[in-house]
Design a protein around this ligand. Structure first.
Ligand code: ARG
Length: 275
C-alpha cells in the first residue's frame, strides 16, 4: 500500500445546480460549467502538490452532486460505511459509491436500519473520536449504531443552522486535539462538547464561514480552502500549518468546497495524523 494520502474525487463533467436541497442552492444561480472544470482541476493539482495521490470515480449524468465524494461513505481503516442520503435526489449516488469502494477492496457496510447518513460529510475523526453531525442530514441514532459497528467512540453534535447542514461545513479536524470550527453552527451544548474534547479549537468568523473556511482539505500540514479565508489562514500559520487557497466559488453555489470534493481513502481517522 502506498504511503501518500489517497483521495477520491469525481470530475465535474455532469455537475450543475439541478435541484435545491440546501439553502446555498438556487437553480436560477447556475454554476459556470467551464469555470467549475478549471476550479476542480486546480484543487486536484494543489492536492497532488501537497503530496496526495488522487483516485477518480467516473462522473454520471443525472447525478450532479456526485462530485462531492466526501458524502460517499465513512472510511475507517479498510472499511466503508456507505451513505444513505436523506434526499432522494442524491440516493442514486449510493450504488456508484458502493460499487467503486467494493472494487477498490473495501469491506463495504450499509448504513444500519436505513437511517439517513451522509458519510464523511457528517462524521469526522479527530484523534480516535468520531464527531458526528445530526439533524440536518444524518440521524443521531444512526451515528451511534455506526460507532458500535466500527468500535469507536461517537460524540454527536447538533447542527442548528441550515446553511451549515453538514458537519464538514463548520468543523475540520487538523490533528488529534486540533480542529477548525465555526461556533455559530452549534448550540451551547455542542460548543461545550467541542471545547471539552478538542483542546485547540481554531475559530472561524461568520464572514469566512460563509466562504467555507471550515471546509478545508487537509494533507499533512497543508490546509487547502476556498479563497476569502485570510483570517483563518493567519491563524493556521501561527499554529504551524501551511494554508493554501484556490477559488471554488462554482461549488459553493451547491453548498460545497474543498473538503466536500474529496474523500480520504486511507481513512478519515488518518486525516491530520501525518504531521
Ligand atoms: N449539494 C450537495 C448537497 O446538498 C452538497 C454537498 C456538500 N458536501 C459536503 N460534504 N458538505 O448534498
Amino acid at each position: 500500500m502506498s504511503s501518500s494520502p489517497r483521495i477520491l474525487m469525481c470530475a465535474p463533467t455532469h455537475y450543475g445546480i439541478h435541484y435545491e436541497i440546501n439553502p446555498w442552492m438556487k437553480t436560477e444561480r447556475q454554476a459556470d460549467h467551464a469555470l467549475a472544470q478549471l476550479q476542480w482541476r486546480a484543487l486536484r493539482d494543489q492536492l497532488i502538490a501537497a503530496g496526495a495521490e488522487i483516485a477518480e470515480i467516473a462522473p454520471v449524468e443525472g447525478l450532479p452532486d456526485l462530485v462531492f465524494t466526501a458524502n460517499a461513505a465513512l472510511i475507517f481503516k479498510r472499511r466503508a460505511v456507505i451513505s444513505h442520503f436523506k434526499h432522494v435526489q442524491r440516493q442514486g449516488e449510493e450504488a456508484h459509491f458502493r460499487r467503486w469502494l467494493g472494487a477498490d477492496g473495501f469491506e463495504v457496510f450499509e448504513t444500519p436500519n436505513r437511517f439517513s447518513f451522509e458519510g464523511a460529510g457528517d462524521a469526522l475523526f479527530c484523534g480516535d473520536t468520531l464527531f458526528a453531525g445530526y439533524r440536518q442530514r444524518s440521524d443521531a441514532l444512526g451515528h451511534q449504531q455506526i460507532g458500535e459497528l466500527l468500535g469507536v467512540r461517537v460524540l454527536p453534535l447538533e447542527l442548528v443552522d441550515a446553511y451549515y447542514y453538514h458537519l464538514d461545513t463548520c468543523f475540520c479536524p487538523l490533528a488529534p486535539g486540533v480542529a477548525i470550527y465555526y461556533p455559530g453552527a452549534f448550540d451551547d451544548y455542542g460548543r461545550r462538547v467541542l471545547a471539552a474534547h478538542v483542546p485547540t479549537l481554531i475559530e472561524v468568523e461568520a464572514g469566512e464561514a460563509e466562504s467555507f473556511a471550515c471546509n478545508a482539505a487537509v494533507v499533512g500540514r497543508t490546509v487547502i480552502t476556498n479563497v476569502g479565508c485570510a483570517d483563518l489562514h493567519r491563524q493556521l500559520r501561527t499554529a504551524g500549518f501551511t494554508p493554501a487557497e484556490t477559488p471554488l466559488g462554482e461549488f459553493v453555489k451547491a453548498g460545497g468546497s474543498a473538503k466536500c470534493l474529496t474523500l480520504r481513502l486511507d481513512g478519515e481517522e488518518a486525516a491530520g495524523w501525518r504531521v
